[in-house]
Design a protein around this ligand. Structure first.
Ligand code: NAD
Ligand code: TYD
Length: 341
């Protein structure tokens, strides 16, 4: 079995490469990644030592490169993690989100059609459903919830999902889609809430909480997302969408306080800043379908997962310190230290 993993130098794709090398030692993995600001080859340092793993630097939207890769490698399965993934960046500059997330998906699926694969899997997000009200805890996202996006990021992911469904209906591409809630864990780029707060708290810097901090996200430990994707590509039904989440809703302010408590840092580091434009209020996944059909259940409780994550950031300072010292510093100053127009 040979599997293409795009975006494997990023957070979830990197964790997925390790998950598969550990749990499916009979698989060969080829990782295609453009190494954008969010991609980090050091994330794959240990994978690169494994004879079943190969890395190729390239853009999923580069037709010639993708075509040649498929002709050379003859993949059985393609899993697409590659994406521009940060909502705040999509608000500043939507264009690259449309190119990578939509056109890149089309290029990959055209190659899958031309060379044939047993499965194309699109890693999508619960953000395609928009948001839920804070005062209706009974409401959850199911696979039937209408697509209703808020940000250029989520719109680009929704566009890709619709295209995947069209390739399944029109060309019979054996495709599946997963829509997962917010992930956390090792190798998470420090522009996202949890790693940003850990890295800044460790430096005794202010922690920028958007708005009133009461927005709710449904957090899942990244390894549990990886196990769900592994199940879907082996046992999921083609043409289907599977929601992935572990019923772990928390407000942003509670997440930030939990991190401060884990690190023994004062709550006075918390600073309320201007809210994100179009900020989604609440995400919450109903994972009944993947549980009933495929028997998937998350293994890691939040209390354990956040401890493991904080410990990982303490043990792997060179990984994130090299990131926050580079181009990222300019990004942080631009986004947080200047008024957003
Ligand atoms: P990430 O930003 O950490 O990593 C994205 C990776 O894709 C990087 O390695 C980057 O170099 C690569 N990439 C970007 N553009 C590329 C291109 N044109 N060609 C090839 N490679 C390219 O993202 P992540 O958090 O790991 O998310 C992975 C996927 O999971 C995304 O599709 C995202 O929409 C989805 N997702 C993320 C979350 C989350 O909480 N992070 C939740 C649900 C779904
Ligand atoms: P993020 O990690 O960017 O994920 P997403 O927007 O895809 O859910 O943000 C998670 C939540 O944390 C979201 O409600 C925005 C909020 N947030 C802050 O309050 N401060 C920050 O500096 C960041 C990056 C996010």
């Amino acid at each position: 079995m040979k599997i293409l993993v795009t975006g494997g130098a990023g957070f979830i794709g990197g964790n997925f490469c390790y998950y598969m090398l550990d749990n499916r030692p009979e698989y060969k993995i080829v990782c295609l990644d453009k190494l954008t600001y969010a991609g980090n080859l050091s994330t794959l340092e240990n994978a690169l030592k494994n004879k079943n793993f190969k890395f190729v630097k390239g853009d999923i939207a580069d037709k010639i490169l993708v075509d040649k890769l498929f002709a050379d490698e003859k993949f059985d399965v393609a899993v697409n993690f590659a994406a521009e993934s940060h909502v705040d960046r999509s608000i500043e500059n939507p264009e690259v989100f449309l190119v990578t997330n939509i056109l890149g998906t089309q290029v990959l699926m055209d190659a899958c059609r031309k060379y044939g694969v047993k499965r194309y899997h699109q890693v999508s997000t619960d953000e395609v459903y928009g948001d839920l009200p804070l005062n209706r805890p009974d409401l959850l996202f199911t696979e039937e919830t209408p697509i209703k996006t808020s940000s250029p990021y989520s719109s680009s992911k929704a566009g890709a999902d619709l295209l995947v469904h069209a390739y399944y209906r029109t060309y019979g591409l054996p495709a599946t889609i997963s829509r997962c809630s917010n992930n956390y864990g090792p190798y998470h780029f420090p522009e996202k809430l949890i790693p940003l707060m850990i890295s800044r708290a460790l430096a005794n810097e202010s922690l920028p909480v958007y708005g009133d901090g009461l927005n709710v996200r449904d957090w899942l430990y990244v390894e549990d997302h990886c196990s769900a994707i592994d199940l879907i590509i082996r046992k999921g039904r083609v043409g289907e969408v599977y929601n992935v989440g572990g019923h772990n809703e928390m407000t942003n302010i509670d997440i930030v306080k939990t991190i401060l408590n884990e690190l023994g840092k004062p709550h006075s580091l918390i600073t309320y800043v201007k809210d994100r434009k179009g900020h989604d209020l609440r995400y919450a996944i109903d994972p009944t379908k993947i549980h009933n059909e495929l028997g998937w259940l998350p293994k890691t409780k939040f209390a354990d997962g956040i401890k493991k994550t904080v410990e990982w950031y303490l043990q792997n300072k060179p990984w994130w310190q090299s990131i926050i010292s580079g181009e990222y510093k300019n990004y942080y100053d631009k986004m947080y230290n200047s008024p957003r127009g």
